[in-house]
Write a protein that binds this ligand. Structure first.
Ligand code: IVH
Length: 670
């Protein structure tokens, strides 16, 4: 396909993909299967890769991300992003209504909306196309996070509809649904990373991530709640919301027109309970004057509009006595204290347990046996203990001291410098660590072994049939058939699942063996870079740091893991069992041209069109070589934005050809 043909096909693919995206995300229906959709999308990705200058700003590929931004550009808001004044009481809502009525000299309607708990975003559309998305920042200037926002599927890249103004802004709240939040924290727990405190923090951290392809995987979503434009606008806020909905924006159906303080109050009371059934965190209700002319008549104070107010729900709190504190040992050996509570009703559920996080937290609370504690469930899903009701403390009750020995295997606990957690170091003898590691190994994202669950693993361990992940591969029919509840069919199922797992790609195996900080994404990067376990095992910390996106924390963790002879023994056993410990041929990049044969490249800085991995892949695919450092023998330094001045200076001194992204493209296109 030549460039002109590619151009036509790219436009056609975008039309088709936008149409199906619109059906799927805005109309909740679909006309093609996921596979058909992905096939079209992949065709578009391939064409854009071949002809990067044909990428359109509203391309459907923007949804999968790929750009890396080191520093977000600061942008001045066309209309400042104000905040709302808060209230916690019915009487203050009545006062707000009185102020409004007095100021405009008439009664008026309000729109009540849920106050979504995420991060505010302002998005500008020009000629129907998403042009720029900016965070609130200080209200006057914010960060340009367009590439990250484009990955949110419910935000249209291109408006489908009638009477779309040439230029307008929408504002809304970017949020992380509870389900996604829990998934991310599960993944973080899996690799021993600190957990994110609540969905709001997780959303704001995600919006500011440098790599938009990671943002795309996180599952952010957005509710739009305002429409701004110069000149003529709809008469009311509710009409504007309807208009936005018609244009394909996601507007929450929870809004309601209220004609009196009583109606507002009943809206608040209804959602005060009903909000716990929503899939996202909310922290209040926003009350807005519906008529937009009246809104501008009311104007604003220095900080917030006079036409709106936020009623904030009180953080749901309950108090209840602690029955006991127990200690859980995780896969990594980290010991987490958990409080068992007298059951208490809180935020739509009955709470019986609350995490105490670590020893510091027990100390901070100065917890004593039998204390009555306040439990809170704010944006958090796992309830937490906020404070102790000292008036209820029984005289002479004993302080709760964090344990010094493992509750399971009695090994003295250790603390790793700089970490809050205490660990049981007995990783090969402590039951929950062993079964936890095996559970991690078999999960879907790892070796995906069907037919085995938590209970089976515990049973196999108790019967001394397995004590590490490699032992799974030595299990026999005769051993399994003797177990309770195991019939011929289930035994064959388990054995088939184990056999099948030998085909699992190397990157999954690397994730499955459970090196701390090596999550699924990092495992993939390491697999692609080092190609087999031997290269990885023998890699120095420096060599690891040179791999794409590997930082010091991961590099150290990998080196430490392989320096343990028990781990290398385990790898040997997995190898003997036939588990894949190298990339298969189709995973290794194939060379399609010798354009760069004999030429070496160093890539440094941040690029507009490609991320660094893509550039590396293009170079390798065309026969070139990637060097790690700048030496006299280097042919090209591909220099992006923000590259280190020392590197640049060294290359200049050595007379190396320094080329920009555009010059690299020219080179590529001959
Ligand atoms: S309207 C003049 N509507 O609350 C401000 N804000 O404290 C207009 N928020 O920064 C904002 N849900 O991030 C509005 N339905 C909603 C909202 C909402 C959440 C957030 C928003 C804003 C903050 C104001």
């Amino acid at each position: 396909m030549n460039k002109a043909e590619a151009h036509i096909r790219i436009e056609e693919l975008n039309r088709i993909l936008h149409y199906h995206n619109h059906l799927y995300y805005q109309k909740d229906t679909s006309e093609i299967s996921d596979l058909e959709f992905d096939t079209l999308l992949n065709e578009l990705i391939a064409l854009e890769k071949a002809y990067p200058d044909l990428i359109q700003p509203d391309s459907a590929t923007q949804r999968v991300g790929g750009t890396v931004t080191k520093e977000f550009a600061s942008v001045t808001h066309k209309y400042p992003m104000l905040s709302l004044s808060n209230t916690y009481s019915e009487s203050e809502i009545a006062e707000f209504d009185e102020r409004v009525v007095k100021s405009i000299g008439q009664r008026t309607d309000y729109v009540c909306e849920m106050k979504f708990d995420g991060v505010a975003i302002s998005i500008t559309y020009k000629n129907g196309i998403l042009a720029q998305a900016v965070t609130r920042g200080d209200g006057v200037r914010g960060d340009d996070v367009t590439n990250n926002i484009k990955t949110i599927k419910s935000i249209p890249l291109k408006i489908q509809g009638k009477d779309v103004p040439e230029e307008f802004e929408v504002r809304g709240e970017v949020y992380l649904p509870y389900e996604m939040f829990e998934r991310i924290n599960k993944e973080r727990e899996d690799v021993g990373e600190a957990l994110l405190a609540n969905p709001r923090n997780a959303a704001s951290g995600t919006v500011k991530m440098q790599d938009s392809s990671i943002v795309a995987k996180r599952g952010l979503d957005c509710f739009i709640y305002s429409f701004l434009k110069d000149g003529e606008t709809p008469e009311t806020h509710s009409a504007a919301l309807q208009q936005l909905k018609n244009w394909g924006f996601q507007v929450s159906d929870s809004y309601k027109i209220c004609k009196s303080v009583e109606e507002i109050w009943s809206y608040i009371n209804h959602w005060g309970e009903a909000r716990f059934k929503l899939p996202l965190a909310t922290d209040g209700v926003v009350i807005k004057v519906n008529n937009l002319l009246l809104q501008s008549e009311l104007g604003m104070t220095a900080k917030s509009p006079r036409w709106a107010i936020a009623y904030k729900f009180k953080a749901e709190e309950a108090f209840t006595p602690i029955l006991s504190v127990e200690y859980q040992v995780g896969r990594t050996g980290a010991v987490t204290p958990v409080a068992n509570l007298a059951p208490v009703h809180l935020a739509g559920t009955t709470v019986k347990r609350a995490t105490l996080h670590n020893a510091n937290e027990i100390e901070r609370l100065d917890l004593h046996e039998g204390d009555t504690v306040f439990v809170e469930k704010g944006g958090e899903i796992i309830p937490k203990i906020t404070r102790v009701d000292l008036s209820k403390r029984k005289a002479g009750s004993k302080r709760i001291e964090f344990i010094h020995a493992c509750p399971v295997c009695s090994t003295p606990l250790i603390r790793i410098e700089g970490e809050a957690a205490w660990y049981c170091p007995n990783d090969i003898g402590c039951a929950p660590q062993i079964t936890g590691k095996i559970e991690h190994f078999i999960q879907r994202k790892a070796m995906n072994i069907d037919g085995i669950g938590t209970e089976t693993i515990e049973l196999l361990y108790q019967k001394k049939l397995i004590s590490n992940v490699a032992d799974l591969y030595t299990l026999t029919y005769d051993q399994l058939i003797q177990l309770d509840r195991f019939g011929e069919k289930s035994v064959n199922n388990v054995l088939a699942g184990i056999e099948e797992s030998k085909k699992t790609p190397f990157k999954n195996v690397l994730f499955a063996i459970g090196i701390r900080y090596v999550g699924a994404t990092v495992a993939e990067k390491l697999a692609m870079h080092f190609k087999n376990i031997n290269n990885l095992k023998t890699a120095s910390q420096q060599a690891l740091l040179e791999a794409p996106e590997i930082g010091i924390k991961i590099a150290e963790s990998v080196v430490t893991w392989f320096s343990n002879p028990k781990h290398t023994e385990l790898i040997d056993k997995l190898a003997a069992a036939g588990v894949k410990l190298e990339l298969s041929e189709n995973e290794i990049i194939t060379i399609d041209s010798d354009l760069f044969l004999g030429k070496s490249f160093v890539i440094s800085g941040v690029f507009e069109k490609y991320d660094r991995d893509e550039l590396k892949e293009i170079i390798i695919k065309n026969g070139g070589k990637i060097n790690s450092g700048i030496t006299g023998k280097l042919d090209y330094l591909v220099a992006g934005e923000n590259m280190g001045p020392a590197k640049l200076e060294k290359a200049q001194k050595l007379g190396i050809k320094i080329i920009s992204e555009a010059e690299f493209e020219k080179l590529l296109n001959g």
